[in-house]
Every structure is written in C-alpha cells, then in structure tokens.
Design a protein around this ligand. Sequence first.
Ligand code: NAP
Ligand code: 3JN
Length: 345
Amino acid sequence: MSNQKLYNVAVVGATGAVGEQILGLLEKRNFPINELKCLSSARSAGKKIVFKGREITIEEAKPESFKGIDIALFSAGGDVSKALAPHAVEHGAVCIDNTNAYRMDPNTPLVVPEVNLEAADGHQGIIANPNCSTIQMVAALKPLYDRFGISKIIVSTYQAVSGAGSSAIDEMLRQSKEVLAGNEVEPQILPVGSLPVKHQIAFNAIPQIDKFQDNGYTLEEMKMVRETKKILADESIDVTATCVRIPVVYGHSESVYVELKNDYELEDVRSLLANAPGITVVDDPAGQQYPLATEAAGKPDVFVGRLRRDLGEARGLNMWIVSDNLLKGAAWNAVQIAEYIANGK
Ligand code: NAP
Ligand code: 3JN
C-alpha cells in the first residue's frame, strides 16, 4: 500500500487555455489528488469537464472555494490572483500563480525548477510562475550563466497566439480563413493593450505584446527584463527584449544574443546544453535541423539550436530557443512546482 499523501487541489481558470493544460498534466502525471476543484468565472460555472474518467462540475471561484484546499494553481489573470490567492493562503493552501500579480513581490519566489527550485522553499503561501517567454530563455541560459557568467542579453521573441488565450487562437484561425476567402478581416482581440486599437494577426507580425510602458517598451518586454534578473538573482545583467506576436498557434520562438563574461568554446556550450535538464539541443545546420514551433508543440522541453559565435564580439553567442508556451511556459512549469510541493517541500 502506498503512503503517498493525497492533496485537495484547486485549478483556478480551469476552462482557459492554460487551465486545460494544467488539468491534462495533473491527469497524465497521476498527481496525488484527493479532491479536485475546477474553478472559473460565473460564465463557465455549471459546465462539466472529465478528469480521469470522472465528471467534474466547474464552480465559480470565490474566497470560500479554498476551504480545505492544499494546493491551488491559478491561471485566471492577475486580478483574480490578487483577489483570491490571499484567501487561498488564509485557508492553508500553497498557491502556484501563473500570473504577473506576485512575480516581482520580494516575498514571493519566482521559480523555474531547472534554474532555482530551491527558491520555492522560502515561500510564504504563494510561488509565482514566470512569464512564458522568460521561462524558456532562462532555462536555456542557466547552464551558460553558471559556467561562463552573463553580462548582456538581447532577445527578440516570435510568440504564438495561444499566449493571449483561447480567444486569440480563434481570432487567428478565423482571420486566416477570411483572408484566404478574399474577405476583409475585423480584428477584435490582438494586440491586448490599453487602447481599443486592433490589428490583423493572420499573415502578419505584431510588435506589441501587452500594454506600452512609459519607456517605450511593452509590459511583456519589461516582464522579461525584470523576471530574468530576479530568477538568476543578478541585477547586473543588461537585458533588452522585443516581443512580437506571430500567426503560430503553439510554441514561442526566441532569437537570443547573449554576451558571456568569460571566453567560451562552442563545443562546450553545446555539451553543457545537451546535458542540462529539460533542454534538447537541435543544431545541425548541415542537415537543416533546428528547433521549430511545430516540433516543440505538445512537448515539455526547451529546444535550443542555431548556436553560433557572434561575428563582432568573441564572447557573444547567438542562439534560437523554442518551447511550447502553454506547457513549459505555463502549465508544465507550474505542475513541476506542484510536484515539488507534494513531495514534501
Ligand atoms: P483564457 O484562455 O482566456 O482563460 C481564462 C480563464 O480564466 C478561464 O478559465 C476563465 O473562466 C477564467 N476567468 C476569467 N475571469 C475570471 C474570474 N473573474 N474569476 C475566475 N475565473 C476567471 O486565458 P489563458 O491563456 O488560460 O490565460 C489565463 C491567465 O494565465 C492569463 O491572464 C495570465 O495571467 C496567465 N498566463 C500566464 C502565462 C505565462 O506566461 N506563464 C501564459 C499564458 C497565460 P471562464 O471560462 O468562466 O471565462
Ligand atoms: O502573450 C503571451 O504570449 C504570454 C502572455 C502572458 C499573459 C497574458 C495575460 C496576462 C500574462 C503573463 O503571464 O504575464 C498576463 C499576466 O498575468 O499579467
């Protein structure tokens, strides 16, 4: 007989793009669940989902929903986390929060298990999951940081529409059909910013993800800057990001220039990455093999390729990093943390 403790688990945002992936992983990983609560807004309350062959009714998330809950996974937006995570903590739950609400809070660990899992030990009830674009980048850079040090990162992202939720996926697919049929499109969802201005995403690239900040960068870009420094616990790294939405459904791609503090050999970089947990190197220019969003979709790993020394800076390295934004970028990273908690941390 197993003496594995079973947990009462709540998934907040269970009907969303991220929530659905979290439920899929909890089932696939056979997470030790006693009771599972699937929470959403009033809009989806009453709908049914099937988990391990059992029908579960979606409930509206309320402060009292967390009574008896041990682990709560939040992915219903920052406002919901701000409103409800403190109640979950009061009821004794450990919250793993997929939103921006607590990421930069000095009392909240910001965790990528392959990078700084030990930071989770200091939690005070909430552990934050970083932004998807940050997660895949720091997972790939950590082995290089440890071995050579990093002074500068310049990243340009090519982000899938699923990062903006199920409605953005629907919009991209709908627009694509409209364009192919020769019809006008009426953009309604993207970019998600502070103005009602919308742009076509089908057959396009939109250089805006989230709201513009006073410094000319978008919030997504500033998330990458701040979160990278917090996760690597190094404020001295210069980070510049340009985040772009492209018409891909699953999988964020990133072109990353990284300046190392020490001299490096490309072969050492390759073998460090090949031996790092959660990283798969796909780097064979002769065979035209490199990471692709279509190949990364549905897989938990971070894929790295196009490794090459910068032409001007001998300590500069260019690389291409791809991962499924809803898996390692959100649900899988959160479930990895939940497994760590369930294993007694
Ligand atoms: P989505 O597909 O639009 O789903 C939103 C989910 O939140 C739905 O389950 C929705 O329930 C629920 N919800 C909305 N308002 C609510 C409320 N007032 N109370 C309770 N539940 C509510 O969005 P998504 O892509 O899954 O993303 C959800 C959130 O996850 C994002 O806002 C973001 O904070 C976070 N996220 C993080 C990453 C990352 O980089 N780590 C990536 C993507 C998303 P209904 O069915 O009732 O509408
Ligand atoms: O756009 C993407 O590809 C990632 C989006 C993440 C996101 C979307 C809406 C709200 C976030 C996030 O995780 O930072 C948030 C948020 O929590 O602020």
